[in-house]
Design a binder for this molecule. Structure first.
Ligand code: ATP
Ligand code: MG
Length: 247
């Protein structure tokens, strides 16, 4: 059986208009990502990475071209339908963790389930606990977010992204605020989640973090410059060795 297509774009373009000035942020993007892939997106500042992620995450609409998310043709959906598909199918992770302050890790992770109307998650705290265990924070569930390190806060955000079992994890510079060691921990966590079958699309500036993925798409001036499989993927051990850090 052919793998399921999680993301398929056809000649996707995005033009921003500010008065007289037009910015062609994305031009003719054709990307196919199947179930179980782990893809990194790199490119210089302004190359269109976040614009692409926002469209793929149904936070913004393309100016032209087609987008299918998990088999659904997204272009024609209205605001409410977009919000619904976003909640069901996508887990987001951003550079700033966007957690509620002075609130426990557990409550932060439960939150998406409170808004979930599918009836799949009758016991939110049980699901939230499991997600926190998955990211290695089973012993921090009652910590308030301000009592956690940056790396731990990002792992809470990852647990929150996972908790309703989305088809796709989208991450925009998840390691942008973290030191090398915590960045490696997050990249390694993505590998583990991918090993469990999660489809992950991760934007990063850092090529040593990108090397944890299975495939690398390079953007330049809003176009796909290269799209290749990664041959020698990094592992937590190899990355730590390369940086001269200790475990
Ligand atoms: N809302 C907007 N209005 C006008 N222009 C925009 C808007 N958002 C992005 N742009 C422009 O589109 C281009 C791509 O921006 P984008 O944020 O996607 O880049 P990026 O690759 O994520 O960069 P960075 O690595 O700095 O985050 C840039 O030239 C930017 O100035
Ligand atoms: Mg960006």
């Amino acid at each position: 059986m052919a793998a399921k297509k999680v993301i398929e774009t056809k000649k996707l373009s995005k033009v921003f208009k500010n008065g007289e000035i037009e910015v062609h942020a994305l031009t003719d993007i054709n990307i196919l990502i199947e179930d179980g892939e782990f893809v990194a997106i790199m490119g210089a500042s302004g190359s269109g990475k976040s614009t692409l992620l926002n469209i793929l995450g149904c936070l913004d609409k393309p100016s032209d071209g087609e987008y299918f998310l998990d088999g659904v043709f997204v272009n024609n959906l209205n605001k409410n339908q977009l919000a619904a598909i976003r909640n069901q199918k996508i887990g987001f992770i951003f550079q700033s963790y966007n957690l509620l302050p002075r609130t426990t890790a557990l409550e932060n992770v439960e939150l998406p389930l409170v808004y979930n109307r599918t009836g799949e998650f009758l016991n939110p705290s049980e699901h939230a606990k499991k997600a926190l265990e998955k990211v290695g924070l089973g012993n921090r569930i009652y910590h308030k977010t301000n009592q956690l390190s940056g790396g731990e806060q990002q792992r809470v955000a990852i647990a929150r992204a996972l908790v309703n079992n989305p088809a796709l994890i989208l991450s925009d510079e998840a390691t942008g605020n973290l030191d090398s060691k915590a960045s490696i921990e997050v990249a390694d966590l993505f590998v583990k989640l991918n090993d469990l079958g999660k489809t992950i699309l991760m934007i990063t500036h850092e090529s040593d973090i990108a090397q944890f993925a299975k495939r690398l798409i390079y953007l330049r001036d809003g176009r796909v410059l290269t799209d290749e499989l990664i041959k020698n993927r990094s592992t937590k051990e190899s990355a730590i060795r390369e940086l001269g850090l200790t475990e």
